[in-house]
Design a protein around this ligand. Structure first.
Ligand code: FAD
Ligand code: NAG
Ligand code: NAG
Ligand code: NAG
Ligand code: NAG
Ligand code: NAG
Ligand code: NAG
Length: 561
């Protein structure tokens, strides 16, 4: 029986609850739109609605097809297979094993953590309508570009996705404002690295993008920061931005530049995290004059040397890193406790002879340690020719990730302790991936953006990985725990005021607000509240995401409900 007071508070609570329900509407709920409503919606968006059929369907009964499944299995670790799909994601933990070629045929295929529907958008109006539809029906909204995201931010259970992959407009032109005068590239939100590199190369230009040629430029990459083989020369991806076209949380189309009345969202989109403030429709970035580019790579193993000697080689490389990046080069390198691989150093506008000269002391040092190595040094006419020759393919679906930005001061003053931490991590199952760069103010120049300030001091953007196994969820959780509670804290202890790259960081990172966004967090929250007043955009570890909690079945609910 209701008491009178309880009845009144129930009466008062009802309209509030209806206006702002505690959870997103889920497919099994009464509030979920009927087929008829979906179909009406489809008509308003030019028939662009796609119902999810998970990519792995042919690998499970009753739709099992041995041949098709084998083809899928062969391609599953390549990005290509996933970014052509309207729903698949590359990060295996977030695909959640509900429909892939690595689980038994007898296990039924379910949509699970994949989105329910996608809008294969081609116009801003379709995007705006999708935002309004999701808001009206209280449906979880996801922005999906390529599905590369390591932290599962381009998928979500019970969600409607805005799929930007087919926004492929691409144009080179001149650009002039109060801060920049030169060539620029305007890219639809679906443009991927290789498409921008190709057109730039053909026109004697260079644009900043990732090592993986298929990562999208306007989505997670540039909005999250974006490191590049060209970063020590031009800064991060976010440092290149001149203009954004974006649809905000109310469905309004906005053109934001540094100097117009939308400079706040311009600032936030440039490094303040993707999937948070709006749906980017296009990005205009600086395009730099082309230069010759040299490259260098090197490998050695622990064969015939002690583990101490192996790590002395690791330590030695760190001591030359500052010189390498200060010359404008960027290094990617990897090691476990058995093999070390620089793959590659990219040196824009540095002749190969000069690059080799610069590395001579390091090579002499390896000789002195008795470390035998193999190396290659080459000269190329352009960035894209170097990239195609020296940047190996990067597999996906093989690991779980975490990271830390190691400041130059730690490498220079505390190298021994740093290498001890890396060695510990290796010996406990973690692989090191380093991105050695300098994106200090003197490199990035006059920019206005929300890039995590720790990037400006960083010398080693460290990414740590642990190997993925498809059929051992308990072990995978244990490896996540190791990453969060053991590996990253060891690096953090050496530079507690630094942070981590949000795109390659640990999705379980404690105090991610400080670690991924630093002092920008409060300002970013205000900008989000202004452009997304209904809180329609959610992505794990994004600004404002602490307001939401994902339940075990993937349903998104307001935190505390
Ligand atoms: C193989 C591989 C190599 C990589 N190499 C690099 C590298 O060299 N340098 C580097 O910095 N990073 C690299 N990354 C990390 C990469 O930057 C992130 O995975 C990034 O999130 C990918 O962005 P996306 O838009 O292509 O992917 P998605 O997974 O589709 O999206 C990622 C995030 O961006 C949001 N988003 C996508 N499109 C939009 C849009 N139009 N508007 C608003 N939000 C949007 C999504 O909601 C999601 O939160 C790599 C990742 C992989 C898997
Ligand atoms: C949306 O409409 C198009 C065109 O009529 C159709 O091909 C497509 O299947 C529809 N999508 C859904 C989910 O019904
Ligand atoms: C993910 O998998 C777990 C274990 O099978 C299951 O309990 C959970 O509901 C799944 N989550 C989603 C969103 O499908
Ligand atoms: C998405 O749209 C593009 C461009 O119109 C089209 O080529 C592609 O087939 C569509 N994909 C799906 C799954 O609807
Ligand atoms: C290790 O030593 C053996 C025997 O001297 C030699 O055959 C082998 O090539 C060496 N391997 C490496 C990687 O140096
Ligand atoms: C080094 O670069 C060459 C191309 O110049 C390539 O063939 C080789 O595989 C690369 N090695 C490593 C370890 O990346
Ligand atoms: C190397 O690391 C692995 C774990 O990645 C560990 O099992 C092994 O003991 C280590 N080897 C040495 C010599 O430290």
């Amino acid at each position: 029986m209701f008491s009178r007071a309880a009845f009144i508070s129930w009466l008062l609570a009802v309209p509030l609850a209806a206006a702002s329900p505690a959870c997103r509407c889920f497919p099994s709920d009464a509030c979920w739109p009927s087929n008829n409503v979906w179909s009406q919606f489809n008509k308003t968006i030019d028939g662009r609605l796609v119902k999810t059929v998970p990519l792995g369907v042919p690998c499970h009964a009753p739709n099992y097809n041995a041949e098709t499944c084998e083809v899928l299995k062969d391609g599953w670790l390549l990005p290509e297979e996933h970014y052509e799909s309207s729903s698949s994601v590359m990060a295996p933990f977030f695909a959640n094993g509900t429909c892939d070629p690595f689980h038994p045929v007898s296990k039924p295929c379910t949509i699970g953590n994949y989105v329910q529907y996608s809008v294969n958008v081609t116009t801003p109006t379709q995007i705006s309508k999708a935002v309004k539809f999701a808001t009206k029906y209280n449906i979880r909204l996801v922005i999906r570009n390529t599905g590369h995201d390591y932290n599962g931010r381009s998928t979500g259970a019970g969600a409607l996705a805005i799929w930007t992959h087919h926004l492929k407009d691409l144009e080179l032109h001149s650009y002039k404002d109060a801060h920049y005068s030169g060539k620029a590239i305007t890219m639809g939100a679906g443009i991927q690295g290789f498409e921008a590199y190709e057109i730039a190369d053909a026109n004697g230009l260079q644009v900043v993008g990732g090592e993986c040629p298929t990562v999208g430029l306007a989505g997670g990459y540039t909005q999250g920061g974006g490191h590049s083989a060209l970063a020590s020369r031009y800064g991060l991806g976010a440092d290149q931005v001149l203009k954004w076209e974006v649809i905000d949380g109310k469905g309004n189309f906005i053109t934001a530049t540094r100097d117009n009345k939308y400079s706040d969202i311009f600032w936030a989109l440039s490094g303040g995290g993707a999937g948070t403030y709006g749906i980017v429709y296009s990005l205009t970035s600086k395009a730099h004059p082309g230069t010759p580019v040299s490259g260098f790579n090197l490998t050695y193993t622990n064969a015939n040397i002690s583990q101490d000697t192996f790590y002395r080689g690791v330590e030695l490389y760190n001591t030359y890193l500052a010189d390498i990046v200060d010359a404008g080069a960027m290094s990617v390198w990897y090691y476990t406790n058995t093999s070390f691989m620089i793959s590659p150093i990219t040196a824009p506008n540095i002749p190969v002879a000069k690059l080799v000269q610069m590395l001579k002391p390091f090579l002499n040092g390896l000789d002195k340690l008795g470390i035998e190595y193999t190396s290659t040094a080459s000269q190329y006419d352009s960035y894209y020719s170097q990239f195609k020759d020296m940047q190996g393919t990067i597999e996906v679906g093989t690991a779980q990730y975490g990271g830390w930005l190691v400041p130059r001061s730690v490498v220079q003053k505390n190298n021994k302790a740093l290498v001890d931490a890396y060695r510990y991590i290796n010996e406990n199952g973690g692989t090191f991936i380093g991105v050695g760069l300098s994106v200090a103010k003197k490199v990035s120049g006059d920019v206005y953006n929300a890039v995590l300030p720790a990037w400006r001091e960083a010398l080693i953007d460290t990414t740590l990985t642990t190997p993925w196994e498809w059929d051992d969820p308990a072990l995978m959780l244990e490896r996540q725990r190791k990453m969060t509670e053991d590996f990253i804290p060891r690096l953090r202890a050496l530079s507690p005021d630094s942070g981590a790259y949000m795109n390659e960081g640990d999705f379980r990172q404690p105090d991610f607000q400080k670690v991924f966004y630093g002092e920008n967090y409060a300002k970013l929250q205000k900008i989000k509240a202004k452009y997304d007043p209904n809180g329609i955009f959610y992505a794990r570890t994004a600004v404002g995401s602490e307001a939401w909690t994902e339940l075990e079945n993937g349903r998104l609910c307001k935190t505390g409900n």
